[in-house]
Design a protein around this ligand. Sequence first.
Ligand SMILES: [Zn+2]
Length: 259
Amino acid sequence: MSRRLEAGPPDERRRVYDSGVTDANAARRPTPPPVRGGADESSRRTRRFLWIFGIWIASLVVTFGYVVFVQGSWWDPFGPASRSRLACMSNLSQLAHAYSDAIARNPAWRPRSGQAMLLAWRKDGTIRARQESVLLCPGDNGVTVPDSPQARARYDTVDLGAPPDDLCSYAVRDFARFPIDPANAADEPVVACVGRGSGAAWCACHKDTFLIGFADGDVRTFTRTDLGIAPGAPPVLGPTSPSPLLRVLCFTPADAATK
Ligand SMILES: [Zn+2]
């Protein structure tokens, strides 16, 4: 009203004032919509939006975490091959430490050669039932973790003189032929993952990586080049092996006698 009154000449201001009309264009302007609640309504809408947005983000985070860290199937930062190798290294570390602990308790102990050493531990309870997975490399397709009393009974009744080849993945030292020098424990192989079987039937557990556990409990990884194994060729275990580290290993006492 004041802007209109000031804008016009004095007589015009008087006429508008007297007629009671404060704005000549007021009738032509659209009527503004009614304001419901004003600032309070706007604040409620903002809070509601933030709640919904926050719940949406939280559900995304939970779903992403479940898929990645629980299922591990959609995006795996390590990859199944790496996880298999890490699990195998853990097995070998436990077995190598079990050897070093046993020899520390009884320096006169003379273990069985080959897988018989490990299977004897399972048979006498050093490795308890349902803990057989410590003997099995996750990358070994020729073995299965026993999941029934019948499957576990094969470990209870195993013939340590001629064990079957599907109860254990690992090559073990031929202690009879290659006794360990305690002064050189850090470089004396005890147990190793070098793939399944030997000769033409051999298949890799970790592609071109070989894992060896030593008498001091340490586990190290080796390439084909490290061990002098030609590309694609199976590693040769036993006395005829060109590798000093593989020369002392075997799968079974029979291997130890024939190689
Ligand atoms: Zn392995």
